[in-house]
Design a protein around this ligand. Structure first.
Ligand SMILES: Cc1ncc(COP(=O)(O)O)c(C=O)c1O
Length: 629
């Protein structure tokens, strides 16, 4: 059925969650743009065809580095504009928190394109620091070291100081301070130090517990005073340059942001008033992403814009500093989700529709010899109408229970059970049609709709590629990449290819609510591709190897005046690599297979020639992609 492109765009809410990066072209294909004002675009179906010619198949991850850079410009621009507007005296420094997406290409892109903004990096662990240290950074940019630290972490950070980088060691636990002082004196370097404060204020949304008095991280007020005392004692108080806080990711409400900034700015001002020259206030991450496009404080959204966030941070700090008569500090953000979410699109193909019942109602013949329960289900199908459908539906549920009881007692046959199931689902289908506009049936109808929804088998692993969808019910926008000039007439949920019943997506973004089914096109076996959007933050790094499904094929796309360039292709994980993650050695597996084959030859059950062929075939699987091909 032909459809207006605008109507289809509205069905999926592209304009709400897309931030101007996505649109539909005349062919009904999804297009990606490098920025919200740039009409250059790349047709995702053309990219898929190109990649298929290079034998790079779905599922795959498409990265758009221009979007990363554009998000960085947006964030930096927002702070620069707020600084101008409020005549703020300090500077703005962005740092990219590596934990959000530690992929080399992502980190390098931020440091390369971010040179002109003095964009730096934040690390939260020893391995992140190890990877980050060898990257070139602009002379003024920062390297913030958060996370719990042991002696070797601190030594590594001080290597960076000696290398001439602006490494700030943030004290997360009071015990770390002694090691820092001892190592700095031993090596003879003067470190830059920060302290993380435990705020009373909390964020909002899923990560609310990251803030507040019982948060895992941060120093209490008396611990801060103790740090200052110890530093003074060692004549190192001038090393203390930064105050840091982080009240959680995806803060959904701007009010919570303002409260936290107010409190942190006050702590800064009070420390400053103690004649300690802290000159950086690091407001952490938390700048949220509007995944469902509703612009509300619901868990998958935010009720503010990036500019509003920047304005509130700058204005609030300025007001507190004026009130306390202290200098305005340089402001650091550690935003990660906002910077990386939009740049990656997960593409998966639909493999099949999983049927609840297979069988045609018209083909079911019922006569007086059939069990009573079947006859009654057939009568319900025949007699259901717009007035009696609720009662008939309830009767059908009772008969279905009876059907299974009789089957379990051995009183009806498999054929009877099959007939009964087809008849029951026919009553459900008819009920759904009648109930569509009936308010009194709303709740039951929703359940029914869910039961009747098609289940599309999608070639990917939720545990590998969308862990937050499984673990914390995070919503991601999902839609087809083509056929968008046709009305999507099916309602479906998605199931992945893992052997895990949790591998299901049955919650979808909606402007007003959460949809329990997604509008899709009927699936008849032909290629059908879905995109999952805004997956560039946290998903890759937190994904796990459930069922040994490995990393996805990946392609990097740069959008040009005339089309696009595929600048890099990274093949996904192979079977050989997947088994190694579970500590199997490829060579040992091949040897083992060979020995079993030799044993069969010895027993005369296999010819030597066939055994060799089996071994060759087994070996060839080593380079096979872990997903369905
Ligand atoms: C200390 C710290 N900084 C920055 C971030 C990044 O936060 P977001 O991705 O919400 O911007 C995190 C993540 O939770 C964090 O723990």
């Amino acid at each position: 059925m032909k459809a207006k492109l605008e109507e289809v765009a509205q069905t999926y809410g592209i304009e709400n969650w897309g931030a101007g990066y996505f649109s539909i072209n005349k062919k009904g294909h999804l297009v990606v743009h490098p920025s919200e004002y740039d009409r250059r675009g790349a047709d995702l179906m053309e990219i898929l065809e190109d990649l298929q010619r290079r034998r790079i198949h779905t599922p795959l991850l498409l990265r758009f580095p221009q979007i990363l850079v554009n998000q960085m410009k947006k964030l930096t621009g927002a702070f620069r504009s707020a600084i101008r507007e409020f005549d703020y005296k300090g500077r703005y420094y962005g740092v990219f928190p590596m934990k959000v997406n530690p992929r080399r290409e992502v980190v390098e892109e931020f440091l390369r394109a971010g040179r002109r903004y003095d964009f730096g990096i934040e690390v939260g662990s020893k391995p992140e620091l190890y990877a980050a240290l060898a990257n070139e950074q602009s002379a003024d940019s920062l390297m913030i070291c958060n996370g719990f630290k042991d002696e070797s972490y601190i030594r590594l950070a001080l290597l960076g100081t000696e290398l001439g980088k602006n490494v700030v060691i943030v004290i997360e636990k009071i015990g770390e301070l002694e090691t820092v002082i001892q190592l700095a004196q031993e090596i003879g370097v003067s470190p830059l130090l920060g302290i993380r404060v435990k705020l009373y204020s909390k964020g909002s949304g899923r990560w609310e517990k990251s803030g507040g008095e019982s948060a895992k991280f941060g120093l209490t007020t008396s611990e801060i005073l103790e740090v200052i005392r110890v530093l003074r004692e060692h004549e190192m108080v001038d090393s203390l340059r930064l105050l840091h806080f982080h009240i959680g990711s995806q803060i959904t409400s701007i009010k919570r942001v303002k409260n936290a900034i107010k409190e942190a700015a006050r702590v800064y001002a009070k420390i400053r008033a103690m004649k300690i020259n802290i000159d950086y206030l690091d407001v952490g991450g938390g700048l949220g992403v509007d995944y469902d496009g509703s612009r509300t404080s619901s868990e998958s959204s935010v009720n503010y814009t990036v500019q509003e966030f920047a304005n509130d941070v700058v204005y609030t700090i300025k007001s507190v500093c004026e009130d306390e008569d202290v200098p305005e500090p340089n402001i650091i953000t550690e935003s990660g989700r906002m910077l990386t979410s939009y740049h990656a699109v997960l593409v998966a193909n639909i493999r099949a529709e999983i049927e609840t019942v297979v069988g045609e109602y018209e083909a079911v013949k019922v006569d007086d010899n059939d069990p009573q329960v079947i006859v009654e289900l057939k009568d319900l199908c025949m007699g259901i109408n717009s007035k009696n459908y609720a009662e008939y539906y309830h009767d059908a549920i009772e008969h279905k229970d009876e059907l299974y009881t009789l089957f379990n007692l051995g009183l009806i046959s498999l054929e009877d059970r099959a007939k009964g199931e087809i008849l029951f689902w026919e009553v459900c289908e008819r009920t759904a049609k009648y109930a569509q506009n009936d308010k009194s049936m709303m709740e039951e109808y929703e359940e029914l709709r869910q039961m009747l929804a098609a289940k599309y088998l999608c070639n990917f692993s939720i545990f590998r590629s969308l862990p937050d969808s499984w673990a914390i019910d995070q919503l991601f926008p999902i839609m087809p990449l083509h056929k968008l000039d046709k009305t999507p007439t099916e309602l479906a949920t998605l199931v992945d290819i893992t052997c895990d019943s949790d591998g299901v997506i049955d919650k979808f973004v909606d402007l007003k609510d959460i949809k329990e089914t997604l509008e899709l096109h009927p699936f008849k076996g032909e290629p059908y591709f879905l995109g999952v959007f805004l997956v560039g933050a946290y998903q890759e790094v937190m994904g796990s190897g459930h069922n040994l499904f490995g990393p996805l094929n990946e392609a990097h796309i740069v959008i040009e005046d005339e089309g696009y360039l595929i600048t890099k292709v990274v093949p996904g994980g192979t079977l050989g690599e997947a088994v190694e993650t579970a500590r199997y050695e490829q060579s040992a597996l091949q040897e083992g297979f060979g020995e079993l084959a030799a044993e069969q030859v010895k027993r005369g059950r296999l010819s030597a020639e066939r055994a060799n062929e089996l071994c060759r075939q087994y070996e060839s699987y080593v380079s096979c992609y872990t997903y369905l091909s």
